[in-house]
Design a protein around this ligand. Structure first.
Ligand code: PLP
Length: 407
């Protein structure tokens, strides 16, 4: 019988490992700042009230069945999702140049986008089959592109000195990369740093991308979650579309609708013409068919209701504000405790300047380890903390512990 002796044991996923260690810890004041999911002030998962409402609409629908969806997904979902990210008055949508396919959340959108490029993108002989990822980025990006034989390489993004954007090295890399390179950009709320370009910086990035004929692969996992405003967080994508940058967008409803386990997302490819969009759609459909046959229905139905019913859409905006504002409040409070109460050495302004779920504290590997081992505050070795793990009950303890490890 096959013994699989030659299969090497893979290391456990670091985030899941961190969560397991947190669960096993008996310390009463333990804190989990590793999670990439929203928690309310009581440290509980939050089912959005709008999702509860939409669920009850579905439950009361006598015609609801469990038939297969079309291969490219629920049409009312994909059209609503495209308007959400590109804008309801988007000329690209009106001109029929946008192809949208329902995917297995943001991860599936990244995968399908990468697979599509792997099959059909004209990688230049000079540049080779490469994708440029920000250093650092969501670690899964490396595996997702590697799986489809596109080599991940990195561009400078984060400057540890300023705990901010390494803007000039980033621009230089855009300029020096071979023409027609593929650059992955986080649309908003960069994971893991929480550092986003300003609008002026996005404009310069866009200029260089156009000049060099690069392709923009946008990953948008946090629309609305970053600033609390859906349109605001879509600004960079919409700006790039308005300047006719060739691009695609990976969209997730995991965080902004709290639908993590429902695996609901979409891939949008903005093509130069209606004909090109139709050709792209036909191939995305073939690819998706071979991998998942057709996507899951429940999350698509929920999001479709929310996007297409004005009352539910308003409820959703309110829920998004609730989440974003709690996180922004935690940023302010952590900053205040460190700077005003504890007079912790160093500058902590990045805590309030960064945006979204995560914050790069600037803690080094040794200090991050001390947070886990001495204070029972679970965080990744790169100094990243999930702001949603903070609440009014634990923030003082977290601030005091941070203060201790940096002194
Ligand atoms: N892209 C980024 C940058 C992320 O941070 C995440 C989730 O953490 C995803 C994509 C995909 O998430 P999901 O597949 O749950 O939508």
């Amino acid at each position: 019988a096959e013994s699989w002796n030659e299969v090497p044991l893979a290391p456990p996923d670091s985030i899941f490992k961190l969560t397991a260690a947190f669960k096993a810890d008996q310390f009463p004041q333990k804190v989990n700042l590793g999670v990439g999911a929203y928690r309310d002030n009581e440290d509980k998962p939050w089912v959005l009230p709008v999702v509860k409402k939409a669920t009850s609409v579905l439950l009361n629908d006598p015609n609801l069945d469990h038939e297969y969806l079309p291969i490219t997904g629920l049409p009312e979902f994909t059209s609503g999702a495209a308007k959400l990210i590109l804008g309801s008055d988007s000329p690209a949508i009106q001109e029929g140049r946008v192809t949208s396919v329902q995917t297995i959340s943001g991860t599936g959108a990244n995968h399908l986008g990468a697979l599509f490029l792997s099959r059909f993108y004209h990688f230049s002989p000079e540049g080779g089959r490469k994708v440029w990822l920000s250093d650092p980025t969501w670690v899964n990006h490396f595996a997702i592109f590697g799986n489809v034989q596109i080599e991940p390489v990195t561009y400078p993004y984060y400057d540890p000195q300023t705990i901010g954007l390494a803007f000039k090295p980033f621009l230089d890399t855009l300029r020096n990369a071979p023409s027609k390179s593929v650059f992955l950009l986080h649309a908003c709320a960069h994971n893991p740093t929480g550092v986003d370009p300003t609008r002026d910086q996005w404009k310069e990035i866009c200029d260089v991308i156009l000049e060099k004929g690069h392709y923009a692969f946008f990953d948008c996992a946090y629309q609305g979650f970053a600033s609390g405003d859906l349109d605001n967080d879509a600004w960079a994508v919409r700006y790039f579309v308005s300047r006719s940058v060739p691009l695609l967008v990976c969209q997730s409803f995991a965080k902004n609708a709290g639908l993590y386990g429902e695996r609901i997302g979409a891939l949008h490819v903005v093509a130069p013409t209606t004909e090109a969009a139709a050709r792209v759609k036909s191939q995305l459909s073939v690819l998706s068919r071979s991998e998942i046959s057709n996507p899951p229905a429940h999350g698509a139905r929920l999001v479709s209701l929310i996007l297409n019913n004005p009352e539910l859409f308003n409820d959703w905006k309110r829920d998004i504000e609730t989440m974003a504002n709690r996180i922004i409040e935690m940023r302010r409070e952590l900053h205040r405790s460190l700077t005003e109460e504890l007079k912790t050495p160093g500058n902590w302004d990045h805590i309030i300047n960064q945006i979204g779920m995560f914050s790069f504290t600037g803690l080094n590997a040794e200090q991050s380890k001390a947070m886990v081992e001495k204070a029972h505050i679970y965080m990744t070795g790169n100094g990243r903390i999930s702001m949603s793990g903070l609440n009014t009950h634990n923030i003082r303890y977290v601030a005091e512990s941070l203060d201790k490890v940096v002194r």
